[in-house]
Design a protein around this ligand. Structure first.
Ligand SMILES: [Zn+2]
Length: 592
């Protein structure tokens, strides 16, 4: 039996009917009441507070957060579905302001909590149930917290300061239109559409697509580079100079609750293993029949086949592969579709890329992707649906502890992708498919592990250089050196890529976020191997990791599942897996 799945725009009706709807106005009123409830508990906050009283306050606070997230998410999702819609732009600005105000009016609670003596806090923590890790994580920031008036000033100034910078970057770059001549036809494309051509079988089109990307970004490099400088300077003045973090990346590490040395070990392991990908690119050159590939060719398909999967087929493949692992995995992804929470259409003005947004434990997450039929798009869809599964498996937690923290945030998404790939390996009778999928897996491993680790390495360098007064051109030069270290002599690097860094939204939005991808992906390679070896027994340990959500420190959650991220062998294990994949590829005979 074949069911037809339709590619559509999502419905946000489970949140609100519209920006100017009475429901949304009503919700804003309720929010104000809930904020007042929290403000009223302020006098109770003393060292004498009992465990029961604390739980009661936390429950009220959680109610407030659930409602706030509905309102704020609605703003983000409306903006994502059409970044050029003026009403959505305005509303997004309003909800960001609202978030800052609510934070300001309720932050006395976390300040009180962080200021408590250790023994008092420990007593209270013991009775905090599922809120415990959220409370514990707050105290991690204790040595880096400023006074209440200082915190308020930072929050308020950020809305029209660093947050505004990031919004400007988004507004400027999402407006870009790219033109490309394909088969004699000149097409106007979004960035998402343009990026499909990086994987075109036609080498000239791949080159033209990258050149078009950097032609458009290149015109604005001075201003985009300047926005980055502001962002990096602000990050350092706040986090290093005012709050006292040892380095710009240390602030991200603490918010991930991953020790600095674990992150260093990860990035260093990636840099030490760059030769694995050099080997891969030399192999790819042989398949493509060239002496050496160009940077334009790193995602080149090794065959002429341009396989495309209709949307409905893609969904069926994903559900089938999820179902073979675990029925729940498939059922939960199906919820996203049946509740119309998936926006898979291609539309101009729609946010590029893909994401899954969790609003709260009582709502099925929303997933956005621009599905264009390529195997890559199928994998992306499996990835984002994996995120949704993670979120739903953990929805027995509170709104404060449901979301996995960054290092574990990719555990279900990447795993879902691998399930899909394995399923295709096993079921697609096309003899070329095995080769294509292994190539694709390596391409992805590059994009998710190596590329991201080198981005993080660049961020470390760039933040330090900006402190010493580096100009935009200096940063571009540093970026070229980063690429040279990454690729060695395994490919021809052209000068276009010197400005690639201004085209990476993550380093603007969420500095140092990117290493979490490398962390998550290597972690999953290791977990997946355990699944192959251990089958059923693994499944329950794995589902335990997922259902923990964000209710404990990532390293502790992994410890319980027997994964030791402190050991260097652990990271090396991920690369050994990849080397094994390359060996499999090298055994396949290259047609004359
Ligand atoms: Zn993801």
């Amino acid at each position: 039996m074949t069911e037809e799945y339709v590619q559509e725009k999502w419905s946000l009706d489970d949140l609100f009917p519209d920006i100017d709807s009475p429901e949304l106005q009503e919700a804003s009123k309720h929010l104000e009441e809930k904020v007042k409830v929290i403000e009223d508990v302020r006098p109770k906050l003393t060292e004498e507070l009992t465990q029961e009283e604390l739980l009661e306050i936390l429950a009220k606070y959680e109610e407030l957060i659930r409602l706030l997230r509905r309102i704020v998410s609605y703003g983000h999702l409306r903006f994502a579905e059409d970044t050029q819609d003026q009403a959505a732009q305005t509303y997004l600005g309003q909800v960001q302001q609202l978030t800052a105000e609510v934070d300001n009016r309720t932050m006395f609670f976390s300040l009180w909590w962080k200021a408590l003596e250790d023994d008092v806090a420990e007593d209270l923590l013991a009775g905090a149930g599922d809120y415990a890790y959220w409370l514990e994580a707050l105290r991690l920031q204790k040595p880096y917290t400023l006074t209440e008036p200082e915190e308020k000033v930072i929050n308020l100034k950020d809305v029209n300061g660093s947050q505004a910078m990031v919004n400007l970057y988004t507004a400027i770059t999402n407006r870009y239109a790219f033109t490309l001549e394909d088969n004699g036809e000149v097409k106007e494309l979004t960035r998402g559409e343009l990026s499909v051509y990086y994987r075109s079988p036609d080498p000239d089109l791949r080159k033209a697509a990258y050149q078009e990307l950097y032609r458009v970004y290149g015109k604005d490099t001075p201003i985009l580079g300047q926005i980055y400088q502001y962002r990096a300077r602000d990050w350092r003045s706040e986090l290093v100079d005012l709050r006292g973090f040892a380095s710009p990346i240390a602030a991200r590490n603490l918010s991930n609750n991953v020790p600095d040395e674990v992150v260093d070990a990860l990035i260093n392991a990636c840099k030490e293993n760059s030769s694995i990908f050099h080997r891969f690119y030399r192999l790819k050159a042989r398949w493509l029949g060239v002496d050496r590939i160009r940077r334009y060719d790193i995602y080149a398909p090794v065959t002429e086949t341009d396989k495309s999967y209709p949307f409905s087929e893609a969904i069926e493949m994903i559900l089938e592969s999820f179902n073979q692992f675990d029925e729940q995995f498939a059922d939960l992804s199906m919820k996203v579709l049946s509740e119309h929470h998936l926006d898979s259409e291609v539309r101009k003005g729609k946010r590029s890329g893909a994401f899954c947004a969790t609003v709260g434990p009582d709502l099925t997450p929303w997933v956005l992707t621009s599905y264009q039929g390529k195997p890559d798009n199928v994998a992306t869809l499996a990835h984002e649906l994996g995120h949704a599964v993670h979120s739903l498996v953990a929805n027995h937690h509170t709104a404060l502890t449901q979301d996995a923290s960054l290092p574990l945030a990719e555990t279900a998404s990447t795993f879902g992708e691998m399930l899909l790939v394995d399923h295709l390996l096993a079921t697609d009778p096309d003899p070329g498919v095995q080769r294509d999928l292994l190539f694709k897996q390596m391409d992805d491993a590059y994009a998710t592990v190596m590329r991201q680790a080198y981005f993080a390495d660049f961020e470390r360098t760039a933040h330090d250089m900006i402190k010493s007064g580096a100009a935009v051109d200096d940063l571009s030069q540093a970026y070229v050196e980063n690429l040279e270290d990454q690729f060695g002599d395994s490919l021809d690097l052209s000068d276009d890529f010197r400005i690639e860094w201004v085209a990476i939204p993550h380093i603007y939005h969420t500095p140092f976020y990117v290493y979490a991808y490398a962390f998550g992906q290597l972690l999953v390679y290791s977990l997946y191997r355990q699944y192959m070896e251990d089958g059923k027994r693994f499944k329950s340990r794995y589902m335990e990791i997922l259902s923990a959500g964000g209710s404990d420190a990532p390293v502790r959650i992994l410890d319980k599942a027997g994964v030791d991220v402190r050991s260097p062998e652990f990271w090396q294990g991920g690369f050994d897996f990849l080397e094994g994949q390359i060996e499999k590829l090298e055994e396949i005979e290259i047609p004359a």
